[in-house]
Each structure stands twice: as C-alpha cells, then as structure tokens.
Write a protein that binds this ligand. Structure first.
Ligand SMILES: Cc1cc2nc3c(=O)[nH]c(=O)nc-3n(C[C@H](O)[C@H](O)[C@H](O)COP(=O)(O)OP(=O)(O)OC[C@H]3O[C@@H](n4cnc5c(N)ncnc54)[C@H](O)[C@@H]3O)c2cc1C
Length: 379
C-alpha cells in the first residue's frame, strides 16, 4: 500500500484545498436542524456549490454526469472536506445514484440523475420498517399493480431525511407467493404523493433527521419501478454496499480533530498523569489508526477494480467503535462542563455516535456477516 498521492492526486488535493478555503457556508453549524426550510436550503446550496465546482460523482461514469475517476479521488474529497470542517458531503447521492444508473432504464437515468446530482431534488431511502430492520427481507409494505399504477400500503421506519426529501427510493413487496427475498421490488416515489405522511422522529439534538413514513393507498406510476419486479433485493444490496467506503476517510479526518482537541483538554484539566485516561486516549488513537489502515486496504481493493463486498462490515464495526469510544472519552473528560454547555460538543458527539452501531446494519448483524464469511457456525 502506498499512502502517498500521485502527482495528479496531489494537484487535485491542492486545488480542492484552495476551493474549500474560499467556499463554505458561513454559520452552517448554527442553523438548527429543526428549522427545516433553512436547513434544507443550506444542504441544497452546499450540494449545488460542490456540483458547480465539479466535486460530485467523481467515480461515476462520465455518461451519467460523473468524472470517471478512481475511488482515491473520492477519498481525497472526503478527507479534505472533513479537515476543512465544511458542511458534510451529500452522502446519499453516491449510492442512490449507483442504484439508478445500474438498474434504471435509459429514460429513468435521464430523468433522475441530473437533479439528484445538482441537488434540485432531495432523496431519502425507504427500506427499514418497524418489523424489518436487521431482517430487511421480511418487509411488509405491499404494492399491488392496478392498471398502470402500483397501489402502496404500509409503513417505513427511521427514514433519514424524509422530512426534507422530494423523492424516496422505496422497497415494497410485490409478490407474497415466492420466498421473501424474491418478492421485493423497488419504486421511485414522490414524497408529495397523496397518502404519504412523514412523521418526524426527533433525535436528542432536536433534529427531525429521521421519520416514520406512512403509506396509505399511495398510487405510484408503474413506470417508476426501477429494475424488474422481484429485483428489489439485489438492488438494495448493491445500494447498501456502496453506502460506506470513501466516506470513512472523512470520518477519520474528524476523529483526528477530536484526538487533538482531547489532548488539549486533558492537559488543560491536569489529567495528563491519570493512568486510566492515558490508557483510553491511547486506545482512541489505536482505534483511529486501525480504522485508517482498514480504509486504505478497502480503497486499494476498490482501485484495483473490486466492488465493495461483505468485508465492508469490518469497516463499519471499526468506525462505530472508534467514533463511540472517542465521544465517550470526550464526555468523561469534560465531565459536568459537557452538561452546563461549556463543552457541549462532547455531549452532542456522544449522542450523535450512539446510533452508529445501529444504522446501516447493527454491529451484531455485521458480526453475523463476518462469521458467515469465515465459515463459523450459525448463531
Ligand atoms: C439514526 C438512524 C437513521 C436511519 N436511517 C435509515 C434510512 O435512512 N433508511 C432506512 O431504510 N433505514 C434507516 N435506519 C434503520 C436502520 O437500518 C435499522 O435501525 C437497523 O437496520 C436495525 O434495525 P431495527 O432498528 O429494526 O432493529 P432490530 O432489527 O429489531 O434489532 C434490534 C437488536 O437486535 C439485534 N439483532 C437483530 N437480529 C439479530 C440477529 N440475527 N443476530 C444477532 N442480533 C440481532 C440487533 O443487532 C439490535 O441490537 C436508520 C436507523 C437509525 C437509528
């Protein structure tokens, strides 16, 4: 593994750094996430800026509006944006776009990809249901063909961004007579369709980041089905396998910021000789380094042409462990100051990192996947 940039990558990094130094959204961190119009406008504006500057869809094929570059460029983008403390990258477009350009018809690609990229249309991913999270294949939201429309009834759960989204990539059951994985299809559904109700789930921060989505006799044109009937499971698996990867590099940049902040904090509070704290700081450092090495390994697999596979589960486990460990240590070091507001970022980080071991597939499920890969006995 060679961690150094090639001359072309170094030039890309340099010009991106210059761009980021002059382009951000001032005060974006102060926009309350429950101020939906302002928050949505900020996200769209940031996406538009990145798009106009040519920094989105770096790895997509050129014919779909991408740049056809290697995954290393995507990693550099994530790293530099994380370092610059700029607003987060619009993460969903990469894997939703991949689903559309891999499974969509020519018309669907022309219709959906340009506005997905430039941010004019915001999307959410309606996969999980109240009784179908880890066991996604048992989802029950039903879609029945009625003429040239599907009539959809059911409920989705934890749909991130549903409150801001214009469209949803929706998994539905179109056939109950076949084994559960084979009866699933995927629809592209406008969120303003009659019968769609998104009820926010407020996170600790007050953010309505996720939502329950109720679907009552929603009519979705059959032409909005993506992929063949029954192909939804394959599509979903392609989508989730691209959920991670280069994004981890941005998380590492953020963990690096946090490590530095923690070291300062520990010194200022006279805790540098506390053996337990020193040990935990060392663990946080090791966790970050292990994550970095794993990301580099995954990246070199992608660069050599391999699509992401089940080994992404290792990355998910390492990342959630590193993020949660760091935030917990920050909270413990800040102590009561985290509650009084002086060091409230640590409290916020603590709560933000709690669900990392649940969303995108829980830690237990990642371990099950790895156990299967290693031919270990079933649980
Ligand atoms: C903040 C947040 C954002 C999310 N965003 C989205 C989104 O945008 N779109 C979307 O579709 N979904 C989203 N999700 C849903 C997420 O994918 C599910 O929460 C996750 O897959 C777990 O499913 P569940 O919540 O139904 O828990 P369950 O599947 O009910 O699991 C409960 C517990 O049992 C354990 N468990 C379950 N089965 C097994 C097993 N076989 N072996 C061992 N342990 C097991 C789990 O690890 C977990 O600890 C989000 C979730 C959160 C918390």
């Amino acid at each position: 593994m060679d961690y150094r940039d090639t001359p072309e990558e170094a030039a890309f990094r340099q010009s991106l750094r210059g761009w980021l130094a002059n382009n951000t959204i001032e005060g974006w961190k102060d926009i309350p996430e429950d101020d939906i119009p302002r928050y949505k406008a900020m996200r769209k504006q940031w996406q538009r800026m990145l798009y106009d500057a040519g920094y989105l869809a770096l790895t997509w094929p050129v014919e779909y509006g991408g740049r056809g570059q290697s995954p290393t460029y995507e990693a550099i983008l994530n790293e530099e944006v994380g370092r610059a403390s700029a607003p987060p990258l619009p993460g969903m477009i990469n894997y939703l776009g991949r689903a559309i350009f891999t499974y969509g018809t020519h018309e669907q690609k022309l219709r959906f990809l340009p506005t997905l990229l430039n941010g004019d249309v915001q999307w959410c991913q309606g996969f999980s249901e109240p009784s179908a999270g880890s066991d996604l294949a048992s989802l029950r939201t039903r879609a029945v063909l009625d003429g040239d429309h599907y009539v959809v009834n059911g409920q989705k759960m934890w749909t991130s961004g549903a409150i801001y989204a214009d469209w949803c990539l929706l998994l539905v059951r179109t056939n109950t007579e076949v084994p559960k994985h084979k009866g699933i299809s995927c629809l592209l559904m406008p969120m303003d369709s009659p019968g769609v109700t998104a009820r926010p789930i407020y996170l600790h921060s007050g953010s309505p980041e996720t939502a329950e989505v109720f679907l009552d006799d929603v009519r979705v044109p059959a032409e909005n089905r993506i992929g063949a009937e029954g192909d939804g499971w394959r599509l979903a698996m392609t989508t989730v396998s691209f959920e991670r990867g280069a994004a981890d590099v941005g998380f590492i940049a953020n963990l690096g910021h946090q490590l530095e902040a923690l070291k300062r904090e520990i010194n200022e509070r006279g805790l540098a000789d506390d053996v337990a704290i020193r040990r935990r700081l060392a663990q946080a450092y090791v966790d970050t380094r292990v994550l970095t090495a794993n990301v580099a390994r995954q990246l070199s697999m992608r660069v050599s042409g391999r699509d992401p596979g089940p080994e992404g589960s290792v990355g998910k486990l390492l990342w959630s462990r590193a993020a949660q460990g760091m935030a917990q240590l920050g909270l413990d070091v800040a102590g009561a100051d985290a509650l009084t507001g002086r060091e409230s970022e640590w409290l916020s980080d603590y709560f933000t990192t709690r669900p990392t071991s649940v969303y995108g597939g829980s830690s237990q499920i990642q371990k099950n996947i790895l156990a299967r890969m290693l031919d270990m006995p079933r649980e």
